[in-house]
Ligand binder design. Structure first.
Ligand code: 13P
Length: 342
């Protein structure tokens, strides 16, 4: 597909301050989320939960794309409409997670390589037929003593670029996701360094493997201290470090940057995104592709009960509205307290 068509899809996902709902939790991950609210992780329950999210009225004003899991892209809404069709009819682009997870990297204790390249060309063709117009591949990098290693950064960048090239060949916009994890106690400077090295290696590989930068979306971490670090930075400091890093290492040709939430609370993820969008000198739209930070309150409200469905929808819609406001740098107390209402 010509780059211009891929670029149009990528731009439409983040147009008007919209972002992405990451609803592509693997069966293992959604089971963890369901365990936390006492819901059994059966196929019908997983379908019912995704139905609740996708049929939330008005979400399309704030959500331009939804990432699905292999099981979910084949499921149908209560009225029998396949999920990808339901989303597309609302003007929300259906996407698909295509990596098969992060596995231990040989010879690199504590580090991982993301797998899923075998047979990917065939799988992408099937996902295109099922309605997917963008995809996601997530690499994870840990920060620590001498980590991430150059070896880990390089092989994950190579795999991301191979995936991205195959997606573009299939007419699918690749979301390229190198995630520097925030689950340890490193400083914001250590995160900056790891993110910088990762982005530098990534864009070098994307270039080498002939990926059109106009036809991708980048899904990175913010530059943020590890959860266990005593010096938790202010939103302004996170915003300044993040934009400084991205301006250095991400070409302006990229049509959008959509952050992951990565373990930030719902509120932190919104406040930090807003702080980034209040800074000058942003060559790309900076929006969200949140999983936990869009769903935590909705899951708590739902708890698998039909009586919780309306409250869960309101909670999801509220977080979507707040994050779209943050993507426009317009989020404040008034937006936060305007909902979700009862
Ligand atoms: P979180 O926002 O919960 O980090 O999930 C986003 C995602 O898709 C990670 O791959």
């Amino acid at each position: 597909m010509p780059t211009s068509e891929l670029s149009t899809i990528a731009q439409s996902i983040v147009a008007n301050d919209r972002g992405i709902l990451a609803a592509d939790e693997s069966t293992g991950t959604i089971t963890k989320r369901f365990d936390a609210i006492g819901v059994e992780s059966t196929e019908p329950n997983r379908r019912a939960y995704r139905d609740l999210l996708f049929t939330t009225g008005g979400m399309e004003a704030f959500i331009g794309g939804v990432i699905l899991f292999d099981e979910t892209i084949r499921q149908r809404a209560d009225d029998g409409t396949p999920f990808p069709e339901l989303l597309a009819a609302k003007g929300v682009v259906p996407g698909i997670k295509v990596d098969t997870g992060a596995h231990p990297l040989a010879g690199a204790p504590g580090e991982t390589i993301t797998e899923g390249l075998d047979g990917l060309r065939t799988r992408l063709a099937e996902y295109y037929e099922l309605g997917a117009r963008f995809a996601k591949w997530r690499a994870t990098l840990s920060v620590g003593e001498r980590l991430p290693s150059r070896y880990c950064v390089r092989v994950n960048a190579q795999a991301l670029a191979r995936y991205a090239a195959l997606c573009q060949e299939a007419g699918i916009v690749p979301i390229v996701e190198p995630e520097v994890l925030m689950d340890t106690d490193h400083s914001i400077d250590a995160c900056y360094d790891a993110t910088a090295r990762t982005l530098q290696a990534l864009f070098s590989e994307l270039g080498a493997q002939r990926v059109d930068l106009e036809g991708i979306l980048l899904k990175p971490n913010m530059v943020i201290p590890g959860k266990g670090n005593a010096d938790q930075a202010s939103p302004e400091r996170i915003a300044t470090a993040t934009l400084h890093c991205f301006r250095r290492y991400v070409p302006a040709a990229v049509p959008g940057i959509v952050f992951l939430s990565g373990g930030q609370s719902e509120l932190e993820a919104t406040v930090n995104l807003n702080a980034i969008n209040q800074l000058d000198g942003r060559p790309w739209p900076l929006s969200f592709s949140y999983g936990r930070a869009l769903q935590a309150s909705a899951l708590q409200a739902w708890r698998g009960q039909s009586a919780g469905v309306d409250a869960a929808r309101r909670a999801f819609l509220h977080r979507a509205r707040c994050n779209a406001a943050a993507a426009g740098g317009r989020y404040d107390e008034t937006v936060e307290t305007s909902g979700p209402g009862e």
